[in-house]
Design a protein around this ligand. Structure first.
Ligand SMILES: C[S@@+](CC[C@H](N)C(=O)[O-])C[C@H]1O[C@@H](n2cnc3c(N)ncnc32)[C@H](O)[C@@H]1O
Length: 233
């Protein structure tokens, strides 16, 4: 089996000084142009990870849709927590090693070595053509599946889902109907779903699936974000 990598991407400097990638075919950036690190911290760490830990989920099983540069995974591993995390992440078009290596994210991490660890293990595992790649980042066991959400099958139900797909302007199908049903089928009872965007279709789909939906203040430069919780039966 051959791992699939993305082509035609370049670096893009965002408003907070952290860089991201831009897909030159679709013109979509991997993070907010207002600030990549700022957005990930606000949406996924503060309103996702911290909230789920406060709700008492331990050890936490996280699913990320869209691994990209690995920023969310590194920020999660960098978060001080003595309990281990399981972090499964889906990426149909892996970022090539040279790009992953040249992000400037080390400066935003308290544990500076995390980025080097990621790069070293990503290199080894991709040379071996392993799918999933298995990467240890501190107390976080990260499995990177080179697949789409649509094709992903798992026996796990996750306590926390980071939904970090490209926006509906380039990937409308990720924000409606069957795809949302699929991702929510992977969420445990009492589990938490967070994403950087709020659309009418998304809110409707979530409510139809019985989730409690909260619109929250977005990351700097964005009005809103969404958090949804699956009821405990
Ligand atoms: C907004 S970027 C994610 C940024 C990433 N979380 C990071 O920290 O760098 C969206 C990612 O979703 C991936 N993607 C595209 N289609 C997908 C699908 N059907 N299922 C899962 N991921 C997908 C893209 O290749 C891209 O890497």
């Amino acid at each position: 089996m051959k791992l699939k990598f993305v082509e035609n991407i370049a670096f893009y400097e965002t408003g907070d000084g952290s860089n991201t990638l831009i897909n030159k075919t679709t013109n979509e950036t991997y993070h907010s142009k207002h600030g990549a690190v700022q957005e990930s911290q606000h949406v996924f760490i503060v309103n996702g990870l911290e909230f789920a830990l406060r709700e008492g989920h331990r050890p936490l099983k996280i699913l990320e849709v869209g691994f990209g540069t690995g920023l969310n995974a590194m920020l999660t591993a960098d978060y001080h927590c003595i309990d281990p995390f399981i972090y499964d992440t889906l990426e149909p078009f892996l970022v090539p090693l040279e790009m992953l290596q040249n992000t400037n994210y080390t400066r935003y991490l308290k544990q500076k070595h995390l980025k080097d660890y990621l790069v070293e293990q990503y290199k080894k595992q991709s040379e071996l053509d392993l799918n999933p790649m298995l990467v240890y980042l501190g107390n976080c066991e990260v499995r990177i599946f080179n697949t789409t959400l649509e094709d992903y099958e798992s026996s796990y139900k996750y306590d926390l889902i980071f939904y970090d797909a490209f926006s509906r302007h380039s990937q409308q199908e990720m924000w409606e109907g069957e795809t949302i049903k699929k991702v929510i089928s992977l969420l445990a009872e009492g589990g938490v779903f967070v994403t950087y965007s709020v659309t009418g279709d998304l809110k409707r789909a979530m409510k139809e699936l019985g989730l409690k939906v909260e619109r929250m203040a977005g990351a700097p430069g964005k009005r809103e974000m969404l958090r949804a919780t699956k009821p405990k039966l």
